[in-house]
Design a protein around this ligand. Structure first.
Ligand code: 5GP
Ligand code: ZN
Length: 125
């Protein structure tokens, strides 16, 4: 069944409370927690509680959850005060869905990286 927990999935274990995480927000359908290896002053992962392998699978199988994840990304950014839109360095944030090993995906449970708190180069590496 789409969205069912997977026994070998690290993020399903975080959802279940079996692996500790620094949770910053939780809703009925999502969890947001700090990345263990932050790449920016603010680096938070927003995940659906249900298991979907990547963002495209999530969009295909549970489109409402994409909206939930992106709304939470925005709320997290506001709470972390990285969402200011004055154009200066370190303001604004980036939402990233690494998809596939060649793009850096290492955990195959869909997650949005919310990155900010410093200037962010474009294009990313
Ligand atoms: P990906 O590489 O799949 O796009 O992102 C996975 C992210 O999960 C990485 O940024 C990595 O640092 C983070 N991560 C891996 N294991 C853990 C963990 O046990 N706890 C937390 N909070 N983050 C983790
Ligand atoms: Zn999972």
């Amino acid at each position: 069944m789409p969205g069912e927990p997977q026994a070998d999935c690290l993020f399903c274990k975080i959802v279940a409370g079996e692996v500790p995480a620094t949770v910053v927000r939780e809703t009925e359908t999502t969890v947001a927690f700090r990345d263990i290896n932050p790449q920016a002053p603010t680096h938070i992962l927003v995940i659906p509680k249900g298991h979907y392998a990547d963002a495209a699978t999530l969009a295909a199988e549970a489109p409402q959850l994409v909206a939930d994840v992106l709304r939470e990304a925005g709320t997290v950014a506001a709470e972390e005060k990285i969402a200011v839109r004055d154009g200066g360095p370190g303001t604004g944030y980036r939402v990233v869905f690494n998809t596939g090993t060649g793009a850096g995906q290492t955990v195959f449970h869909a997650h949005a990286h919310v990155l900010g708190g410093r200037g962010l180069n474009w294009p990313p590496g």
